[in-house]
Design a protein around this ligand. Structure first.
Ligand code: GLU
Length: 475
């Protein structure tokens, strides 16, 4: 992959420059705007862990960008290039994301500087538990204060270790499971959390394609069916996004990219097969199915397509390559994939960005549902499923009593009470639909707003400001 050029501003500056544009469209006192813009606190920790008889020192961060609502929420990233600037930028994005989609959390993010591929499972457990312990000690993890979740390099496994570590240091805390989200279902997790970010991306895209004005602005027409899509990063987010788009919406996934090569086929790739191969072989090289292997995957970002979905990391679309992007829409499944400078170039070319703060909010939305589930100590649907089924059966009986036969398939559909997964998906769909309507309204009715990103950020900043004001930070 090509790296962003040296003169590109940092990730945090990139987020803050967008903040400044959004803030300029709002009536907020300067001091308050500065307060909202900056990270409230950040904790850096170094800790030793004995691995194979040798002591190794690790460094990690947890930043809280805003705490206008508690707990502060956001993932923990395990990656070899994490740094404080990145963690702070990601924490800020969490604040804006949560505010935008009405998830009542502040924004936080954590990072551990590590290459998880270099350690076995046992070592990873030791390191994760130790990092969790350090964060618990300083109140950077807790069901009412700060609630981590998976991010790049972490998943259900790490969340289970964090929850278990928390439990051992806070015995008797009846709400201990709510200290982290993205846990395995067997440990208090929620159905649909693993796919949530990807499914949220799809719900967001569906809503975009339901509004002809937006589709037209991107120089496209029709719905998602048959649209040519390239996905950068076939990890958790990219995989579910691509799979759902292909299987449920009939979109054509013509390219997939990883850091060590990509696959391209203008007639479409089989996402499930390609993904299985990638997992087993750590990349696409040698894939026996259809598709051409492209060793320098970054060139695939610049291929002609309808929608480019960066689903891995920040700054992949930057000053250096933005001018060569041929996609009509950039659907930001990752956090910060388009730099501030790149966005200006894309806008000039008429490329439409559906911004990260909106499009990848599905993960934290379902985290919110998981947190509620943990606090209420009951699975969604448990109380009403059978009751609803009984009511629907009576309704069918009443209809059939009038002599009208209800077809069997329809009967089954109507009579099936909602399971947790149905409720989670419905709540996520509703969240994504509502937020997009808010963004497009702000965009189309405000002459000083020139992108969906600035529309989304201005809504988020306004909501955070209102929270602080109601709270009484200033009279
Ligand atoms: N890491 C995800 C994000 O960037 C999820 C955060 C969460 O669920 O708290 O949005």
């Amino acid at each position: 992959m090509t790296l962003p050029p040296d003169n590109e501003v940092s990730f945090k500056d990139s987020v803050n420059l967008s903040f400044d544009l959004a803030r300029a469209t709002l009536e907020i006192p300067d001091g308050m705007a500065q307060y909202i813009r900056n990270v409230n606190n950040v904790y850096q920790v170094r800790f030793p862990v004995k691995i194979n008889g040798k002591i190794e020192t690790f460094i990690g961060w947890r930043a809280v960008h805003s705490d206008h609502k508690l707990p502060a929420k956001g993932g923990i990233r395990f990656a070899p290039q994490v740094n404080q600037n990145e963690v702070e930028a990601l924490a800020a994005l969490m604040s804006y994301k949560c505010a935008l989609v009405d998830v009542p959390f502040g924004g936080s993010k954590g990072g551990l500087l590590i290459d998880p591929r270099k350690y076995d499972r046992e070592s990873m457990e030791k390191i994760t538990r130790r990092f969790a312990f350090e964060l618990i000690q300083k109140d950077y993890i807790g069901s009412g204060t700060n609630v981590p979740a998976p991010d790049m390099g972490t998943g259900q496994r790490e969340m289970a270790w964090i929850a278990s570590t928390y439990n051992s240091y806070r015995p008797g805390d009846i709400n201990h499971l709510a200290c982290v989200t993205g846990k395995p279902v067997s440990m208090g997790g929620i159905q649909g959390r693993v796919e949530a970010t990807g499914r949220g991306v799809v719900f967001g895209l569906r809503e975009f394609f339901r509004t002809p004005g937006d589709v037209e602005k991107a120089g496209l027409d029709g719905g998602l069916e048959g649209k040519k899509i390239i996905v950068q990063g076939l990890g958790n987010v990219g995989y579910y996004t691509a799979k759902i788009l292909q299987e449920e919406d009939g979109a054509k996934i013509i390219g997939v990219l990883e850091y060590n090569g990509g696959l391209m086929d203008p007639n479409g790739l089989n996402v499930e097969e390609v993904y299985r191969y990638k997992v087993d072989n750590q990349g696409f090289e040698g894939y026996p199915g259809n598709g051409e292997f492209v060793p320098d995957s970054s060139v695939l970002l610049e291929e002609e397509c309808d929608i480019l979905i960066p689903a891995a990391m920040e700054a992949v679309i930057n000053q250096e390559n933005a001018g060569r992007i041929q996609a009509k829409i950039i659907a930001e499944a990752a956090n910060g994939p388009v730099t501030f400078a790149a966005e200006a170039i894309l806008q000039e070319k008429g490329v439409v960005s559906i911004p990260d703060v909106y499009l990848n909010a599905g993960g934290v939305t379902v985290s919110y549902f998981e947190w509620i589930k943990n606090l209420s100590h009951i699975r969604f649907g448990r109380m009403q499923k059978r009751y609803d089924e009984g009511k629907s059966e009576k309704l069918i009986q009443a209809i059939e009593g009038t002599g009208h036969k209800v077809p069997q398939a329809l009967k089954e559909q109507i009579c099936r009470g909602s399971e947790e997964i149905d409720l989670v998906r419905s709540g996520l769909d509703d969240t994504m639909r509502q937020a997009w309507q808010d963004i497009r309204e702000r965009f189309w009715t405000n002459d000083s707003i020139h992108s969906y990103r600035i529309a989304a950020m201005s809504i988020a900043i306004e909501k955070i400001h209102n929270s602080y004001r109601t709270m009484g930070v200033y009279p």
